[in-house]
Design a binder for this molecule. Structure first.
Ligand SMILES: Cc1cc2nc3c(=O)[nH]c(=O)nc-3n(C[C@H](O)[C@H](O)[C@H](O)COP(=O)(O)OP(=O)(O)OC[C@H]3O[C@@H](n4cnc5c(N)ncnc54)[C@H](O)[C@@H]3O)c2cc1C
Length: 480
């Protein structure tokens, strides 16, 4: 992390660059105003801050192509940026002051929506919520859903292969894409905007750019899958003794309620207490406190009948001792209140001190092992550390958050972040897991990626990078 010192440094730009830029995309298409540079050089939610040489704001694919051709010609490195909610430092420049930020925010049109083909063609800068709403207007669901959906953009979602709360049922962002339009590092445009569910004509190139965090090309538009709109939805808040009980409960849900299970979220009890303390208006759904909670959601396209099915499963779970107590939302307001408890642990924890976060995944069946093993080792290494995991149990993805011990100053805890991260990642690796489940690698985990992936995988990644971006101008310093 570095302090913000954003102001345009003309020496960072090649001679004549701004004049050529202005001729290509006009004065609305760029800025070197210090306030704008500062805004786009820092993560709005996260801790990463850098310095930008220039802000590029093209409004069309042709303008993105013109900008990249110019940057490529001058060897000027570019960081693509969507809604800037990424949290791993991938969408902001480093502190060299040499990088341009390429904002996709002005490419924000829904180009086409086809309810008979169940597809929407959206430009990269469309905010996720706008795409969800466009789908609703034609009675369809775009199922990607995450806490930052009012700010993050489709281009950023695809470039980070976002996950969110519906992965259990609908898959990651990757699973929702049929076609892509991409501008390559040298400004050439690949029009792969196919709206096909079957297309076995060679390599599936779009998959290369999804999850590439802006290092292989700039996504300008995508054809996205739409799904049938659920008509009935039931949301339950359940109290449990342990992650093992939650895992058994998940198996019961999957066995009895099948594909209707769309979210299955696990929360450690103390982090829920913090949300109740710090989130204005938050209320405990159950009378008694529990060590762990599950927020489970089931939904289907029929109008009614799911409620009684869920009730039977919950009665069975109670009889078997898998749950201690539970409540089912009786209104949309109650449902939202339950989801607010799930969406705010990180913010609530920050009120109490320094938080070290880890976005990790293991096979679903190993989540209890992860929590037990990592918890044991951390307790010995950092006595008093407050371990508050929560996340998408149904996908094996846990946000493994640690709060500073009450007796340790925040700076001292933060100073041990590398040691703590190494310990957590070692457990993840031993369980066959991943050190980045959904937020990506960015600048945050680059060294760990090369350390932990097989050498042949890293070599293949490097070869792909140099093939698609031989001058290395796309998001240098991120991923690889
Ligand atoms: C409150 C909160 C909750 C979150 N919850 C989740 C969650 O549940 N699941 C999850 O997966 N993530 C979550 N995130 C992380 C973040 O929202 C996602 O990673 C999101 O997909 C990022 O989108 P963005 O538009 O903000 O991308 P940015 O942060 O702007 O960029 C992300 C990466 O994509 C690249 N990029 C952006 N646009 C393009 C483009 N058009 N072409 C090429 N590269 C591009 C950037 O260079 C960067 O590498 C959360 C974040 C917050 C703040």
């Amino acid at each position: 992390m570095t302090a913000v010192r954003a102001a345009s440094d003309p020496a960072a730009l090649p001679a004549g660059f701004l004049e050529q830029l202005d001729r290509r995309i006009g004065p609305r298409g760029w800025s070197v105003e210090s306030g704008q540079l500062a805004l786009h050089a820092a993560e709005q939610w996260g801790a990463w801050r850098g310095r930008a040489a220039v802000l590029l704001r093209p409004a069309t694919t042709a303008e993105v192509a013109a900008v990249l051709e110019l940057c490529h010609g001058h060897g000027l490195p570019v960081v693509p940026q969507g809604g800037n909610t990424g949290l791993v430092g991938a969408g902001v420049p480093d502190d060299s002051g040499r990088l341009a930020v390429l904002s996709l925010a002005r490419l924000n049109r829904i180009r086409e929506i086809d309810p008979l083909n169940d597809t929407v063609t959206a430009e990269a800068g469309c905010v996720l919520e706008a795409v969800q709403n466009a789908a609703l207007e034609v009675d369809r669901l775009f199922p990607l859903s995450l806490g930052a959906q009012g700010s993050c953009q489709i281009g950023g979602n695809l470039s980070s292969n976002a996950g969110g709360v519906n992965v259990l049922r609908y898959g990651m962002a990757r699973a929702l894409v049929l076609g892509l339009e991409v501008v390559l590092a040298d400004g050439r445009v690949w029009d792969g905007l196919r709206a096909l569910r079957k297309d076995n004509t060679g390599y599936d190139l779009k998959q290369l750019f999804i999850g590439a965090e802006g290092t292989l090309g700039v996504i300008t538009a995508a054809v996205l899958r739409l799904l049938p709109l659920p008509r009935e939805r039931q949301t339950a808040w359940l109290a449990l003794a342990s992650p093992r009980a939650a895992l058994e409960l998940l198996a019961l849900f999957r066995g009895r309620l099948g594909e209707t299970v769309s979210s299955f979220e696990l929360l450690e009890g103390e982090c829920v207490e913090l949300v109740l303390r710090y989130l204005p208006g938050a209320r405990a759904p159950l009378a008694r406190r529990a060590p762990w909670y599950v927020l489970a959601e089931v939904a289907w396209s029929l109008a009614e009948g799911l409620g009684p099915q869920l009730e039977q499963v919950l009665e069975d779970a109670l009889r078997r001792g898998l749950i201690q107590d539970g409540a089912v939302a009786a209104s949309e307001a109650q449902r939202k209140a339950l989801w607010a408890l799930r969406e705010n642990p990180t913010e609530a924890m920050a009120h109490e001190g320094v938080v070290l976060r880890h976005d990790i995944a293991v096979p679903v069946s190993r989540v209890p092992d992860l929590i037990e093993r990592a918890g044991g080792e951390l307790g010995r290494a950092v006595p008093g550390v407050r371990i508050m995991p929560f996340g998408h149990l149904g996908d094996g993805n846990i946000h493994y958050n640690l709060l500073q011990p009450a007796a340790m100053p925040g700076e001292a805890f933060y100073a041990r972040r590398d040691e703590v991260q190494r310990l957590v990642f070692d457990v993840v690796e031993a369980l066959g897991g991943s050190i980045s489940a959904e937020h990506g690698i960015g600048r945050l985990k680059r060294a760990e990626l090369t350390r932990r992936k097989p050498a042949i995988e890293v070599a293949l990644m490097r070869r792909l990078k140099t093939t698609l971006d031989p001058k290395g101008i796309l998001n240098p310093g991120a991923v690889i």
